[in-house]
Ligand binder design. Sequence first.
Ligand SMILES: Cc1ncc(C[n+]2csc(CCOP(=O)(O)OP(=O)(O)O)c2C)c(N)n1
Ligand SMILES: [Mg+2]
Length: 342
Amino acid sequence: MPTSSPSKSTPKRSASSPPFASEYRDWLRMMVLIRRFEEKAGEAYSLGQIGGFCHLYIGQEALGVGSISALAPDDYVVSAYREHGLALARGMAPRAVMAELFGKATGCSKGKGGSMHLFDTSINFMGGHGIVGGQIPLGAGFAFAAKYRGTSQVSLTFFGDAAANIGSFHETLNMAGLWKLPCVFVIENNGYGMGTAIARAAAISDLWQRAASYGMPGVEVDGQDVVAVRLVTEEAVARAREGDGPTLIEARTFRYVGHSMSDAASGTYRSKEELEASRQRDPIVLFEEKLRGLGLIADGDIKAIEDEVAAVVADAVQFADASPDPDPSELTTDVYAPEGGR
Ligand SMILES: Cc1ncc(C[n+]2csc(CCOP(=O)(O)OP(=O)(O)O)c2C)c(N)n1
Ligand SMILES: [Mg+2]
């Protein structure tokens, strides 16, 4: 099966005649919520309220919001450690996410997972994984299980550009292509794996082309354009659901902050000019401009979203701060799944 080039995969629907205009406000609100949530998480980390690793999603909001909006409620989502925004976009409560970052008993993983291990099986959000590429075979596993059980569920697997160089990426895509599993693989190409530019680590620069080796379409999309991301994901999800197998999506994006909080100043591996240029394509600003142009939103609406989101984030921090630590007796629980349980 030939891979599709970006031009061949041009969405059938145009963004200016949007069938999902009614969803636009929700998408903008979710992108703003993720941005403000992450800014607050960064602040709380600096104040010592959050410990351990903490990888922020700032700059990549359109990618998570656009792609997850294409899913049905019982589809699966699995991700690496840069997943706060994905968990929120999937519908996890900001309180449960913030409390998990704070390591509190009220967190989605009972305070025992932290930033990199957000889970909520009630919405099929299957983590949060710290081993680079470790979640890629899991994503195929959820798809295999769905196919085996005969459900119509699809699995959406997120990973970074550097993870696309890990062996499990190649092994998984081969099996998923061979068995036509209902999965969609999304490379969140932010240009860097920690401080290493992808051009210094990958033999080709168009990672979507790797799909050709595994019998599935490969698509490149502008990860800063929430509507474009939604359209390509929607097409890939429909394909998977219809039994036509997986798709590899490469979404080009940028993280505005450091790799993690220990690289808060963005390090020395990228120039001020590069950062500045990326800020010219801020996904939230781009979307606000688009909505203004379509006459779908006014300044007052944006302020209302900002005010409401600020209250939600402040409430999440207050809740997390006031919540109890996990009881020491919880140390050995949740290590193994209960017999016969999920
Ligand atoms: C198997 C493994 N090797 C190395 C690391 C250390 N490590 C953590 S994040 C990271 C970079 C991954 O970059 P990418 O996949 O592009 O995701 P991003 O952080 O850019 O979202 C590395 C090498 C790890 N966690 N797991
Ligand atoms: Mg990366």
